[in-house]
Design a protein around this ligand. Structure first.
Ligand SMILES: Nc1ncnc2c1ncn2[C@@H]1O[C@H](COP(=O)(O)OP(=O)(O)OP(=O)(O)O)[C@@H](O)[C@H]1O
Ligand SMILES: [Mg+2]
Length: 257
């Protein structure tokens, strides 16, 4: 099963990605979680200890590896480099495992929205495609924002894109934009997941204003989420209500796909 998690900045994508990864791992599934944020924080959310985190480096920042594989130094514009570098060894070689979750930090490349092709973007694009073609039991992609890593060739391999929303019109507006971008590339298996929901009224708001996307479930607002971050404990271990809600979301998803 391949899940992509997107949504407006700060809505709780990483929190949901970490919760779901641990739910599946604890159910005995083989989980590969991929952090595609330019400033990765999934390792923290999953409670990876410092000695393992020290081994993680975003692939986007591995200049020597990118040069070795593409034939050109990152940052070079023009010139020749391969558009489909070898990446098949990367997921195992550069990931680390904690509590049953394998984590790969991919990072991202700012192409300024121009879609420019540089060695590092060729590397990430090829790696992303490879991840979607691989037959991992559970792949969870913490997508930073939008659908920029996906394309027509790869969407068929995404079983579900979860768009995280807060109970605000603003975050629903972003969800509508993501839906439209996803539809453009042929991705239609989209669900909303509400987060930071404080009461029944807010849940009802999300159900009523779903921008045409079905609501898979909601995670309650809980001040202990920040406390967990401060203490360096995963939300999954620290807040039973959020763990339970995530288990419910995983179950709802299994029924949908
Ligand atoms: N259910 C919740 N209740 C209270 N606070 C929450 C909840 N979920 C997330 N938060 C808080 O919201 C902030 C953003 O969460 P998170 O990092 O998961 O979002 P994100 O969408 O991954 O952000 P970014 O776009 O920066 O990657 C964090 O400070 C986190 O503590
Ligand atoms: Mg995040």
């Amino acid at each position: 099963m391949k899940l992509a998690i997107s949504g407006k900045g700060g809505v709780g994508k990483t929190t949901l990605a970490a919760l779901l990864a641990q739910v599946y791992a604890d159910a005995g599934r083989q989980v590969l979680a991929v952090d595609a944020d330019p400033s990765p924080c999934l390792a923290g959310a999953l409670g990876f200890p410092d000695e393992l985190r020290a081994l993680l480096h975003p692939i986007a920042e591995m200049d020597e590896l990118i040069e070795e594989r593409t034939g050109a130094k990152p940052g070079t514009v023009g010139g020749f480099f391969t558009l489909n570098p070898r990446v098949d060894d990367i997921p195992e070689r550069f990931s680390v495992v904690h509590e049953g979750v394998r984590l790969l930090e991919m990072g991202s490349v700012d192409t300024g929205g121009s879609g420019c092709i540089c060695p590092e973007s060729a590397m990430l694009k090829t790696l992303f495609t490879h991840l979607l073609f691989r037959k991992d039991d559970v792949l969870i992609l913490d997508m930073y924002a939008g659908v920029e890593h996906l394309g027509r060739a790869t969407v068929d391999f995404v079983d579900a894109m979860l768009v995280v929303v807060e109970p605000t019109r603003r975050s629903l507006g972003t969800a509508a934009q993501i839906k439209s971008l996803a539809t453009d590339i042929g991705l239609t298996r989209l669900w909303l997941v509400g987060n930071k929901v404080r009461n029944a009224e807010e849940e009802a708001f999300l159900k009523a204003e779903t921008t045409g996307l079905p609501l898979l479930g909601v995670l309650p607002a809980d001040l202990a989420v920040q406390e967990a971050d401060r203490l360096g404990i995963p939300v999954y271990n620290h807040i039973p209500s959020l763990r339970k809600a995530a288990e419910g979301i995983a179950k709802a998803l299994e029924e949908e796909i």
